[in-house]
Design a protein around this ligand. Structure first.
Ligand SMILES: NC(=O)c1ccc[n+]([C@@H]2O[C@H](COP(=O)([O-])OP(=O)(O)OC[C@H]3O[C@@H](n4cnc5c(N)ncnc54)[C@H](OP(=O)(O)O)[C@@H]3O)[C@@H](O)[C@H]2O)c1
Length: 376
């Protein structure tokens, strides 16, 4: 992949001679000064929280089945976390169900470890010890069939707090609604969210995989209980955009709810690195085999714009989500991917480019499969 230079990725190297050491008390920390990826006023409000225009998703951090996680990756994942913070990313999405088998909760645990081990020297250098305090962990509570009382959700939240070693979760989100298959359980989820907010265990509350109808219902219910619904996480990308996503976005805009776009890279299909003859191993390969053959028009448009902009396909796909007014949370598994995705910030597709991509997405014969937990 070509190295692309944008103003946001320029790095200023400062050599520290003996004399300059008199000027700077910690010269080693000043090895690299970077232009910010985005300016403070470009931060986005989620209720009382202020977050970067893009967050990172951590589903892969502990998931062996779909994402091929191994504990040997932890060192690199920690570097990704540190790099993200150094570049102003302060939103990390996770869930209490992330991590396969024995590794259940691994994503939350790793985040907890990485937060607590984030280099203090760096915090001092940035003159902002609040970097750590400003981290927003957005976790999701699974609507497991055995979680049938509000208190069980409060306990789930306490377990997430333990794993993340935090006193408060940034955004506590319901992972999915049970309205489709266990409507009676739904009230326990909602009351659980109210209880964890009232107890101060979460700073803000959100939902995930709620469709337009359920979204309105829970919004009204929470409002009546004095709890603002701050975010709605939904599968949102050039591969999943459809009437539902547009309706959800419109509802959220009218109610002051922030849309968090998950799987913004279509699980990797919108990076341009996979093709019908180059598929990932495991279950993703089966899915991609069905979708990728129809994706050429969309990938061509992405490629065209990427070349013109001197960006990568992934950066354009992520930037499209931002252009649509959402906060994308691409998943990252390597430093290279994190660096690449960071350069989705600091610039913006224009309206013609957004439109070209909208049309190309419409022309794609196959879309991503809808999350089975997504409701109407
Ligand atoms: N609420 C929900 O129900 C729900 C559902 C799904 C996801 N999410 C959240 O959304 C986050 C993101 O979604 P996702 O992880 O499903 O999919 P995604 O962001 O669409 O794709 C992420 C994957 O694409 C590849 N990739 C990422 N950046 C790349 C780059 N610059 N170049 C090349 N390859 C790159 C990596 O996988 P490979 O290298 O293996 O290809 C990475 O794991 C998750 O981590 C999770 O936090 C929430």
């Amino acid at each position: 992949m070509a190295l692309l230079i944008s103003y946001s990725s320029l790095t200023v190297h400062i050599s520290c001679s003996a004399s300059s050491q008199n000027t700077f008390s910690s010269p080693s920390i000043l090895k690299k000064l970077k232009f910010p990826r985005f300016w403070p006023w470009q931060k986005v409000k989620i209720g009382p929280l202020s977050v970067s225009p893009m967050g990172f998703g951590t589903w892969a951090w502990g998931n062996q089945l779909l994402w091929g996680y191994q504990e040997s990756m932890d060192n690199e994942l920690q570097q990704i976390f540190n790099l993200s913070l150094e570049n102003g990313i302060n939103l990390f999405d996770t869930a209490d169900s992330y991590g396969t088998g024995k590794l259940n909760g691994q994503s939350e645990k790793l985040l907890g470890k990485f937060i607590s081990e984030f280099p203090v020297l760096l915090l001092e250098f940035q003159g902002n010890k609040q970097v750590r305090d400003n981290i927003v962990i957005a976790t999701k509570f699974a609507a497991y069939p055995w979680r049938i009382t509000p208190n069980q959700f409060v306990n789930a939240c306490k377990s997430s707090l333990e794993r993340t070693q935090l006193e408060q979760i940034g955004i506590g989100q319901l992972h999915w609604s049970t309205a489709n298959y266990a409507p009676l359980q739904e009230r326990a989820l909602w009351d659980g969210l109210v209880a964890m907010y009232d107890k101060g265990l979460v700073r803000a509350v959100g939902v995930s995989n709620y469709g337009p109808k359920q979204l309105l219902k829970i919004h009204d219910y929470l409002k009546a209980r004095g709890v603002p619904l701050c975010s709605a996480q939904v599968q949102f990308s050039l591969l999943s955009i459809g009437e539902d996503q547009i309706e959800i976005k419109n509802i959220c805009d009218s109610l002051g709810i922030r849309v968090i776009a998950y799987s913004p890279l279509g699980l990797g299909m919108l990076t341009g690195k996979y093709s019908p003859t180059n598929l990932p191993s495991g279950p993703r390969g089966i899915l991609f085999r069905q979708i990728l053959p129809g994706l050429e028009p969309l990938l061509n448009s992405l490629r065209q714009i990427a070349q013109k902009r001197r960006k990568t396909i992934s950066q354009v796909a992520i930037n499209w989500c931002i252009g649509k007014g959402t906060i994308p949370i691409p998943g990252v598994k390597s430093i290279k991917q994190a660096e690449d995705n960071l350069d989705a910030l600091g610039w913006q597709l224009n309206s013609d480019e957004l439109l070209q991509l909208d049309y190309a997405a419409l022309e794609s014969p196959r879309k991503m499969v809808q999350n089975i937990f997504q409701t109407r």
